[in-house]
Design a protein around this ligand. Structure first.
Ligand SMILES: *Cc1c(COP(=O)(O)O)cnc(C)c1O
Length: 375
């Protein structure tokens, strides 16, 4: 038997430590994609390792209908860090499930069905989340998906205001589009999204699966615009590499969520990993570190590549370098010739989502490598 969904890359990764991973020959690679932004603390962080080992030995799994202290500790930790009134959590196993639940909850709580989503947006690959994802290539083989999704241009407050009406259940939006090319929305747009959804009685859903947990310089990106959504979704780095997603909701959503569940919701081991991850992000002040390192990274990229590339953009340690058509070639050369792993975002952008713990030496290495590859 072999897997068939991912086309595998010619490097066999067997070990990780901090910002580095190692192949089967012991060669070192700087993981500037943090393996899809899933290891904000770097590989093998001791706080997470210890929490997981201890919980694994105590109780690996119990269904979520029994209270359990690992899960309770995570609920408390999330409530203490989530923006204001977004105080109730649904725990799941991935980003697409977190968004799938958000769409269901929005429909149930409002009694409406229409969902407004954005062009170039990405929200996952299960039927509901996929229906709100923009790229046709991801959707066409599986149609029909769910009905009632309307797409509007991203960061266009007027188009959004026109699309939201009394039949709208929710608006789902990434405060910075990730997969779509690292496109930050303006604060004004996010505020308009808040105003028009509130006026229509619709749920505002911020998909912070990629932007959350300090990556863009604040724990949640929406803090920067001063906007509190009705539903905020998180996943990717939430348990520093273990599968965990969360749909954080205001009371009016949680009170009328309908009927939703999942067998593995908030298992003790992943809950312990997530609690340790979120605690470390907060206690080590990693959002501020991500802001400082992100500024340094973008400044250095501008200085050495400003004339060679079309644009360097992003917030904190969520950075896109617009290199033109050759993004995939650049990524291959970065990996094979410079030992630097990064991600694409579409065909033209090299995407950097390093662990939030990176230091200037790591940044210098990636800037030097990119200069050689695209300069
Ligand atoms: C990755 C991603 C998802 C999907 O998460 P999965 O865990 O792959 O299902 C959803 N939204 C955003 C913004 C993402 O970056």
């Amino acid at each position: 038997m072999t897997g068939f969904v991912f086309s595998e890359k010619p490097i066999r990764i067997e070990r990780g430590e901090g910002a580095y991973v190692y192949d089967d020959g012991g060669n070192e690679f700087l993981d500037m994609g943090a393996s899809y932004a899933c290891v904000p603390l770097g590989h093998g962080h001791p706080a997470v390792d210890e929490a997981v080992t201890e919980q694994f030995e105590t109780l690996t799994y119990v269904q979520a209908s029994y209270p359990n202290s690992a899960r309770t500790a995570l609920y408390e930790r999330l409530a203490g860090t989530a923006p204001g009134p977004v105080g109730k959590a649904w725990l799941c196993n991935s980003g697409t499930e977190a968004n799938e639940a958000a769409l269901k909850f929005a429909r149930s709580a409002t009694g409406n069905s229409k969902i407004v989503a954005t062009m170039q947006g990405f929200h996952g690959r299960t039927m509901g989340s996929l229906a709100t994802t923009w790229k046709n290539k991801y959707k066409e083989p599986y149609e029909p998906l769910i009905d009632g999704v309307e797409f509007v241009p991203y960061d266009d407050a007027e188009a959004l205001s026109e699309a939201v009406d009394e039949d709208t259940a929710g608006v789902i939006v990434e405060p910075v589009q990730g997969e779509g090319g690292i496109n930050p929305a303006s604060a004004g747009y996010l505020r308009t999204a808040r105003e028009v959804t509130e006026a229509a009685g619709a749920a505002l859903i911020f998909d912070e699966v990629q932007t959350g947990l300090g990556r863009t310089g604040t724990l949640w990106n929406c803090e920067q615009a001063g906007v509190v959504p009705d539903i905020l979704t998180s996943a990717k780095g939430l348990a520093n590499g273990l599968p965990m997603g969360a749909t954080l909701c205001r009371d009016w959503i949680a009170e009328d969520y309908g009927s939703h569940a999942s067998t593995f919701s908030g298992g003790p081991v992943v809950s312990a990993a997530a609690e340790a991850t979120v605690s470390t992000v907060v206690e080590d002040d990693l959002p501020a570190h991500a802001a400082a390192m992100g500024d340094y990274l973008r400044t250095e990229l501008e200085a050495s590549l400003g004339d060679e590339v079309r644009e360097v953009r992003g917030e904190g340690l969520m950075v896109g370098v617009e290199v033109g058509r050759g993004a995939n070639r650049a990524l291959k050369e970065l990996a094979l010739n410079h030992g630097v792993l990064a991600l694409p975002a579409g065909r033209t952008v090299v995407r950097l989502l390093p662990p939030l713990t990176v230091e200037e030496e790591h940044v210098d290495r990636v800037v030097e490598a990119l200069e050689d590859v695209v300069g």
